[in-house]
Unconditional design. Structure first.
Length: 270
């Protein structure tokens, strides 16, 4: 194989999901035990380059083809050091298992649009996928990430936190972020979201801060809305703002505040 490539697109909007290019080498899939080195120029997820000059060692032990445990560095994702192993069975359904780990480390700068910044003192993550490649309903995946002292800038506004975490699970046709949070002394974000295979979505976000800070954040985001309800908490030193999203990937609605007004975020695709 020489200069091969593979691209995975969304059938509905032609959006790029996954792409590899510059693939060179041989893949042992028959005969006795064997090993080979596969060279891949780039691997991209969405519009971001994941790795460059990827050279996994392939190990064939019939009927399984494995990527031997390896280490490397991500490209546009904070230059994380990663550890990776994978295996696929050349039997009915093509059972596949992939495990990836980012040991705790200080990440490099994230490449984000000019108005945005993100950094953290330390980050760690682990991900695992398993299932029959030809049967999406069998797919199962888990992703867990933690950050110490995350901070960022959105539209010129700086925010710093003590810690952050996220837990994402894939079970057949359901992808769910069961818990995501950024916790700080003055500002915290708590959220969750679920996407079904048919495109339906549901998500919730809560912002917790001193009352004046919460009102300032809401007024900056929803400048044309008035009378947005806040959510009182057990202490007068903190209040919350709740935002809920529901609908499908073509038409999303937002409920602004607890029992507040509902607005359409995006028109249906035509």
């Amino acid at each position: 194989m020489k200069d091969a490539s593979f691209t995975l697109l969304s059938a509905s909007n032609k959006k790029l999901w996954f792409q590899t290019s510059g693939i060179r080498g041989s893949i042992p899939v028959a005969g006795g035990n064997a090993e080979s080195v596969l060279e891949i120029g780039t691997i991209r997820i969405a519009d971001r380059e994941l790795v460059r000059d990827f050279r996994p060692v392939l190990q064939w032990r019939a009927p399984f083809l494995a990527v031997k445990p390896m280490e490397g560095k991500l490209s546009d994702w904070g230059e994380f050091q990663y550890q990776l192993a994978a295996q696929i069975g050349l039997v009915q359904g093509l059972p596949l298992q992939i495990e990836m780990r980012l040991p705790e480390q200080a990440p490099g700068d994230f490449k984000l649009p000019e108005a945005y910044e993100a950094k953290a003192a330390k980050m760690a993550a682990s991900a695992r996928f398993r299932g029959l490649l030809l049967a999406p309903q069998s797919w199962q995946g888990d992703f867990v990430a933690e950050a110490k002292e995350p901070a960022g800038k959105v539209g010129g506004q700086q925010a710093a936190f003590d810690r952050g975490s996220a837990i994402v699970v894939l079970r057949g046709g359901l992808l769910s972020c069961v818990d995501a949070r950024l916790i700080g002394d003055e500002l915290s974000f708590l959220g969750n979201a679920t996407v079904l295979a048919d495109g339906r979505i549901a998500a919730a976000l809560r912002v917790v801060a001193p009352p004046a800070n919460v009102e300032g954040i809401v007024n900056r985001i929803f400048q044309n809305q008035s009378g947005i309800p806040m959510t009182p908490l057990s202490t007068s030193q903190r209040s919350a703002f709740d935002l809920q999203a529901f609908g499908n990937l073509q038409q999303i609605y937002l409920q602004i505040g607890k029992e507040g007004p509902v607005m359409q975020l995006r028109q249906p695709a035509r």
